[in-house]
Design a protein around this ligand. Structure first.
Ligand SMILES: [Zn+2]
Length: 216
């Protein structure tokens, strides 16, 4: 991959790695992503995007108009989880927060949303820097509260579809356990299930689940 739109990409890596480590060291729970949102808004504005903050709570939307062509929505989620980090990396998160029940909980980017934010910041900055190589419109969406399944709905309830350009295609992302350098893609839902097995089920169903689990 080495075209006009890739120009300068390698020089961004150190800066993006620093951004990732900063985000990882400062995780924030769902709808509390104020520091993350402010960081993102600053980067978007510096890159030339029209920025709207506070969409659906802490959501951030950036729009880059670059002539005729499709409008592409690129999305990342920003929130972390109430999980204690045991990794010994120097940039590990040591933050605590108060959860909605009033309990003090540890916070960690255990689901990789720090990576998602970094990747999208890198992509939108790269697109802005190489805008002579493409035309169309970028709609960058940094969504709050994915972990509790509420952030996208909150952005929609805040008039997202009316306030921002209609898009032709939407691309989400999620990291996964896979060999480094690999990218997996498919249309439709991918890594987006939030279902749990029912807590109560019949003994026959339970036996089947146990058997299936054993086989798996
Ligand atoms: Zn996630």
């Amino acid at each position: 991959m080495d075209g006009p739109a890739d120009r300068g990409l390698d020089e961004r890596i150190d800066d993006l790695e620093a951004l990732y480590q900063d985000l990882h060291a400062h995780p924030e729970l769902a709808f509390e992503e104020r520091r993350t949102a402010a960081l993102v808004a600053g980067r978007l504005a510096a890159a030339g995007y029209a920025v709207t903050t506070g969409v659906g709570g802490t959501g951030v939307v950036g729009v880059l108009d670059n002539g005729a062509g499709p409008t592409v929505l690129l999305r990342a989620d920003m929130d972390a989880l109430p999980v204690r980090e045991v990794e010994r990396v120097p940039y590990r998160g040591t933050a605590t927060a108060t959860d909605p029940d009033g309990a003090t909980v540890p916070v960690m980017h255990a689901c990789g949303h720090d990576t998602h934010v970094t990747a999208l910041v890198g992509a939108v900055e790269q697109l802005a820097a190489t805008r002579s190589a493409w035309s169309g419109r970028v709609l960058a969406v940094f969504q709050p509260a994915e972990e509790i399944g509420a952030g996208a709905r909150a952005m929609l309830a805040d008039g997202f579809l009316d306030r921002f350009p209609r898009f032709d295609v939407a691309l989400g992302q999620h990291i996964t356990s896979a060999p480094s350098g690999h990218l997996y893609a498919r249309p439709g839902v991918f890594m987006a299930a939030a279902d749990r097995p029912p807590r109560r089920c019949s003994s026959r169903a339970g036996a089947w689940l146990a058997a299936a689990d054993h086989r798996g």
